[in-house]
Design a protein around this ligand. Structure first.
Ligand SMILES: [Zn+2]
Length: 360
C-alpha cells in the first residue's frame, strides 16, 4: 500500500466485508466437497469461479490428472479428483505471486458432519470452515482489497484451487510444480495452528501400499503347501514400523492391513497401507532405499512375492533463507495492523511442501 490514507481506507473496507464473508462461508460450508465427491466439488468450483472471475484477467477450469493408485484390497484403480481453478492477473508484471488453496475437505458426503453452525461471534463450526473454505475467502478478499490500492502494475498473481489436496494432490502436483517455477513467492491459505501460530517447516510425507502374495492351500489337507501372506505381512509390518526414529523426527504409521478369505484356506494375499514422515530430503531418500530393500527381502522368501506402490508425494518443506525473508515480511505486515505473527514447525503437510520442492 502506497500511503497511510489508502491503508486506513482499505482496513475500513475489509472490516465492512465481515458479514458478507460470514454469510458466504456458511453457504460454502453447507456444500459438501469431500475429496472424491465430484458432484459437490463441481458445485463448489462454480461458486469460486463466480467469485474469482471478476478479479482476474483470465480464469480457466482444468481437469485434475487421473492417477492410478493401489487400494487397501491390493486393486489398482484410476482415481479422478475433479476440477482445478486457475486464474491470473497481470501475468506480465515483473513480480509474480502464487496463491494456492484447495476446494476439497476431509468430510465425505455420507459423513454426519455436514451443516455449519455459528457458535458465537468469533467461532463457526462447519465442514471446511477453517480448512480451507475460510482460508480461500481470506485469499479472495485480500486480493479484492489489494486490487483497490495497487496502482503501479508491478505485481501480478496467479490463484490455483485444486480438488485433491486432502489426499496428497496427486492429480494437481504437476500443475502446482510448474506454477511454482514461474513465481517469486507463494502463499498457501491453510489454517493456522489452534493458537493462531502460522506454520513454518513441514515434514515430508509418503503413503505406501505393500502387497504380499503367498500361496493358497487347504488348511486341513495340504497346509504345508501354502505360504501364508498374512503371517509374512505381520513380520513386514513390524520391520516397517521399526524405521521410526524419534530423534530424527521420522514417524511410521502402519494404518491398515487386509487379507485372507475363509477359515480353511491359507491366505495368499495381504495388503498393508502405511504412512511415513520425515524432516529432510536425505532421510526421505534413505527411507525409500530401506523400503526397497525390505521388499526385495520379502520377495526372496520361497513361495512369496511382494510389491510396493506409493511414494513420498510430499517432500519435506525446509525453511530456506528466502522462506525466512518472506516469513519476516509477514511478521512485519502483521505488526503494521497490530497482529503478532509467530511461526512454528509441524509434522502436517500441505501443498506448501510441493511448492517448496519446486524451489519456491
Ligand atoms: Zn488444508
Amino acid at each position: 500500500m502506497n500511503n497511510a490514507m489508502s491503508q486506513k481506507n482499505i482496513e475500513g473496507w475489509i472490516a465492512s466485508q465481515q458479514q458478507s464473508m460470514v454469510d458466504q462461508l456458511m453457504h460454502l460450508s453447507s456444500i459438501n466437497s469431500g475429496t472424491g465427491n465430484l458432484e459437490g466439488l463441481a458445485t463448489i468450483c462454480d461458486e469460486y469461479y463466480q467469485a474469482f472471475a471478476p478479479l482476474s484477467d483470465s480464469i480457466e477450469v482444468l481437469e485434475s490428472k487421473s492417477v492410478q493408485r493401489v487400494n487397501h484390497l491390493g486393486q489398482a484403480n484410476f482415481e479422478n479428483y475433479g476440477k482445478i481453478i486457475s486464474c491470473v492477473k497481470r501475468e506480465d508484471a515483473p513480480i509474480q505471486i502464487l496463491l494456492v488453496g484447495h476446494m476439497d475437505t476431509v468430510f465425505p458426503k455420507d459423513y454426519h458432519f455436514q451443516s455449519p453452525k455459528i457458535v458465537d461471534e468469533s467461532i463457526i463450526h462447519g465442514p471446511g470452515v477453517a480448512d480451507m473454505k475460510g482460508g480461500i475467502l481470506v485469499m479472495l478478499n485480500a486480493l479484492r482489497a489489494f486490487e483497490q490500492v495497487q496502482t503501479d502494475n508491478q505485481l501480478g498473481w496467479r490463484v490455483i484451487l485444486n480438488s485433491d489436496e486432502e489426499t496428497g494432490s496427486h492429480g494437481s502436483a504437476d500443475l502446482l510444480s510448474s506454477a511454482a517455477k514461474n513465481a517469486h513467492a507463494g502463499l498457501i491459505y491453510e489454517p493456522a495452528l489452534a493458537d493462531g501460530t502460522l506454520v513454518g517447516a513441514r515434514k515430508g510425507s509418503g503413503n505406501f501400499t505393500l502387497t504380499v502374495h503367498g500361496i493358497a492351500a487347504h488348511a486341513g489337507r495340504e497346509i504345508s503347501k501354502g505360504r501364508n501372506a498374512i503371517l509374512l505381512m505381520s513380520e513386514a509390518a513390524q520391520t516397517i514400523a521399526s524405521l521410526s526414529d524419534a530423534k530424527r523426527g521420522i514417524t511410521v504409521n502402519v494404518a491398515r492391513v487386509t487379507g485372507g478369505t475363509v477359515f480353511n484356506v491359507v491366505p495368499d494375499q495381504a495388503v498393508c497401507q502405511f504412512n511415513i514422515r520425515c524432516e529432510t530430503t536425505g532421510d526421505q531418500q534413505s527411507l525409500a532405499a530401506k523400503l526397497d530393500k525390505i521388499v526385495q527381502e520379502l520377495s526372496a522368501r520361497e513361495g512369496y512375492s511382494a510389491v510396493l506402490s506409493g511414494s513420498f508425494s510430499r517432500p519435506p518443506k525446509v525453511i530456506t533463507s528466502a522462506n525466512k525473508l518472506l516469513m519476516e515480511w509477514v511478521v512485519e505486515c502483521g505488526s503494521a495492523i497490530d497482529v503478532e505473527v509467530k511461526f512454528k514447525d509441524t509434522g502436517g503437510c500441505c501443498d506448501g511442501n510441493n511448492l517448496a520442492a519446486a524451489g519456491l
